[in-house]
Every structure is written in structure tokens, then in C-alpha cells.
Design a protein. Structure first.
Length: 97
């Protein structure tokens, strides 16, 4: 996956399978960061910094996604994600413990 230079939208390629890793990319949404894990992807929205994830969550990859908070420095692991909250520099992590 990557962020297109011409429109700041996400684009993924490769095997989609049952997990919508490729086809689940948010359409028409500008992204500022994007990361790939095991059978899932996450991005930070450019306008709000809020995270959005898609793909497989059977191992809890997308549980407890933070909402209403602006994040930066996204890191995506095999079954979890972490990012830093912009206003407090506090780490926010979600997914499998």
C-alpha cells in the first residue's frame, strides 16, 4: 500500500483474498500516513488525524480503534497499531494485547 502523490489517497495492490486488504482502502479520502500489518492496513486521515483500518480482524487487529482524537507517527504491527496523540504526545495503541 502507499499514498498517491497526485491526490493523497491510499492505494493497495496484491492479493485481496477474503480480507479486503486491497479493496477496503477508503475511497476519496486523503491520507497522511498508512501502514500495513498481517492481513490488515491502517491509515491516518489527512483532515482529522483519526485512524481508519480495514482488512482481517479475527486476531483483534481492529479492536478499540481510537475515535475523536488526532494522531501522528502511525506504526502498524502484525496484530496491533500504535500512534502518538498530537495534542498530548501520549501513545495510543489498539488491537490485540
Amino acid at each position: 500500500c502507499g499514498i498517491r502523490a497526485d491526490n493523497d489517497e491510499g492505494e493497495c495492490w496484491g492479493q485481496d483474498g477474503d480480507y479486503n486488504i486491497v479493496s477496503g482502502v477508503p475511497a476519496g479520502v486523503k491520507l497522511k500516513e498508512l501502514g500495513a500489518g498481517n492481513w490488515h492496513n491502517c491509515a491516518l486521515l489527512a483532515d482529522s488525524g483519526e485512524p481508519q483500518c480495514w482488512g482481517d480482524s479475527r486476531d483483534g487487529q481492529m479492536s478499540s480503534i481510537p475515535t475523536g482524537v488526532a494522531l501522528t507517527h502511525l506504526t502498524v504491527g502484525a496484530y496491533f497499531q500504535c500512534a502518538m496523540q498530537i495534542d498530548s504526545a501520549e501513545a495510543k495503541c489498539w488491537g490485540r494485547d
